[in-house]
Design a protein around this ligand. Structure first.
Ligand code: NDP
Ligand code: OXD
Length: 314
C-alpha cells in the first residue's frame, strides 16, 4: 500500500486546471493536485479528474481509487480498452450544464420554427419575402434522452408553448411533456416530431441511432439538432436526407471527428448550422462543488454520487 499523500491528477486539453486546483486545494488540502503530464510518483495517484485522456493513460496508476469525469458524457472513457476495472467512475450531473443545454435547445427550436435559416438566405439574396408563420402549438419538438439534461431542455421548450414529446429507455413523468419509452415507441415518436433534439448518451445501444431509417421516420420538412455526440449521427445519411429535402435543416454541435475537418461538407451546407461542441461547457465555478463533495466522500471511504453504470455505458 502506498503511504504518501494522496494525489489527484488532472488531465484535459480543453479545461484550465487553475480554478480546479484552487477550489480543491481550499476544500481538501490533504490532496496534492498535479496537472498532467507532471503526475509525480504514479503510485501516489488516488484520483483522476479527466476529460478525454489518451487511451491507456489511466492504466499507469496502480493505486487509482476513482475516476472523476469533467464531462457529463463518459463515452470516451468507457471506450478505453485499458480502463482500470472495478473502481468508481463519476460524471458531471448537471453542474451548470442543464441550463446551457436548455438554452441551446430552445435557441435551435426558435431558429427553425421562426424560419431564421430561410430569412438568412433571403437576406443574402437581398429578397424581402415574408414566409407563412407556423403557430408554436403546431410545432412539436421531440427529445431523445430525458435524463438530467434532456429533461431540463424539455421543460424550457414546453414553457414556451411548444408541444414536447420525450423518448427514453425507461418511462418517466415530466410535467407538460408526453413521454414515450422503448424501441417500439420510437416510430410513433418520430412520426409526430417536427424538430428532433438529441440528448442521448453515446453507448453501444445508441451509436449510429440517427441513420437513414430513423430520418425517414421523421415527417418531410423536419429539423434535426444534435447536441449529444457525433457518434449518434450517421453523417452521410443526414447529408443525403438534407439534399433530397426530406430534412429541412440541421443544427449540429458535435461530430464524429472533432474538430470538424475543414473539408467536411457540413461547414458549407446551406441548411446546416455548425457550432464547435459548445452547447454546454463545464465551468469550475459551477462544477467544482460536485467534485469536492465526491472527493470528501471518497476520502471518508464512502461511495461518490453521479456513478456511471459501466454495463449500461452511461
Ligand atoms: P443522463 O444519463 O442523465 O440521461 C440519458 C438519457 O438517455 C436518459 O433519459 C436515458 O434513459 C436515455 N437513454 C440512454 N440509453 C437509451 C437508449 N438506448 N434508448 C433510449 N433512451 C436511452 O445524461 P445527461 O442528460 O446528463 O447527458 C446526456 C448527454 O449529453 C451526455 O451523455 C453527453 O453525450 C451530452 N452532452 C453534450 C454536451 C455538449 O456540449 N454538446 C455537454 C454535456 C453533455 P433512462 O432515463 O431510461 O435511463
Ligand atoms: C460533456 C460535454 O459530456 O461537454 O460534458 O460534451
Amino acid at each position: 500500500m502506498n503511504s504518501s499523500a494522496p494525489t489527484l491528477v488532472f488531465f484535459s486539453n480543453t479545461d484550465d486546471p487553475a480554478p480546479w486546483q484552487a477550489a480543491i486545494a481550499a476544500a481538501v488540502p490533504s490532496i496534492t493536485f498535479r496537472v498532467a503530464p507532471h503526475t509525480g510518483p504514479v503510485d501516489a495517484v488516488r484520483y483522476a479528474l479527466v476529460w478525454k485522456p489518451p487511451r491507456g493513460w489511466l492504466a499507469q496508476f496502480p493505486n487509482l481509487r476513482a475516476i472523476l469525469s469533467l464531462g457529463a458524457g463518459v463515452d470516451a472513457l468507457l471506450e478505453d480498452p485499458a480502463l482500470p476495472p472495478g473502481i468508481p467512475i463519476t460524471r458531471m450531473v448537471d453542474a451548470g450544464m442543464g441550463r446551457q443545454m436548455a438554452e441551446y435547445a430552445t435557441y435551435a427550436v426558435m431558429h427553425f420554427h421562426r424560419h431564421m435559416q430561410r430569412y438568412s438566405a433571403l437576406q443574402r439574396e437581398g429578397r424581402w419575402a415574408p414566409l407563412e408563420p407556423v403557430a408554436a402549438a403546431r410545432f412539436t419538438v421531440g427529445i431523445m434522452g430525458l435524463g438530467v439534461l434532456g429533461a431540463q431542455a424539455a421543460q424550457m421548450v414546453a414553457s414556451l408553448g411548444y408541444p414536447v414529446l420525450g423518448w427514453s429507455r425507461t418511462t418517466k413523468q415530466l410535467p407538460g411533456v408526453e413521454v414515450l419509452s422503448g424501441n417500439d415507441a420510437l416510430p410513433g415518436f418520430l412520426g409526430r416530431t417536427r424538430l428532433l433534439l438529441n440528448f442521448l448518451p453515446l453507448t453501444p445501444a445508441t451509436r449510429g441511432v440517427i441513420d437513414a431509417q430513423l430520418l425517414a421516420m421523421l415527417p418531410r420538412g423536419a429539423f434535426v439538432v444534435n447536441l449529444a455526440r457525433g457518434g449518434h449521427l450517421v453523417e452521410p445519411d443526414l447529408l443525403a436526407a438534407l439534399d433530397r429535402g426530406h430534412i429541412a435543416g440541421a443544427m449540429l454541435d458535435v461530430f464524429e471527428q472533432e474538430p470538424l475537418p475543414a473539408t467536411h461538407p457540413f461547414w458549407r451546407h446551406p441548411a446546416v448550422v455548425v457550432t464547435p461542441h459548445v452547447a454546454a461547457v463545464t465551468q469550475a465555478e459551477d462544477a467544482a462543488a460536485q467534485v469536492i463533495a465526491n472527493l470528501q466522500r471518497l476520502e471518508r471511504g464512502e461511495m461518490p454520487v453521479g456513478l456511471v453504470d459501466r454495463g449500461a455505458g452511461y
